[in-house]
Ligand binder design. Structure first.
Ligand SMILES: [Zn+2]
Length: 66
């Protein structure tokens, strides 16, 4: 069985995965909390501490027991 992989996004500058996207959230009366509505293109890297762009990447994950 091939190892499981997951999609992640990395900073193009430093390859860190500590990245964030600008986003809109909308208030939900039902859940009484702010829920993610949509994400924007502008990305921020917490390691570079500045704007960046993201590159999608695959990482291997250990199979977790059921
Ligand atoms: Zn970075």
């Amino acid at each position: 069985m091939p190892p499981a992989t997951r999609l992640t996004y990395l900073c193009t500058t430093c390859r860190s995965d500590r990245v964030k996207l600008d986003a809109w959230s909308a208030w939900s009366v039902e859940s009484q909390s702010w829920e993610l509505d949509s994400t924007m293109q502008m990305a921020f890297c917490q390691d570079c501490e500045c704007e960046t762009s993201l590159v999608p990447s695959r990482i291997f994950v250990r199979d977790s027991p059921p």
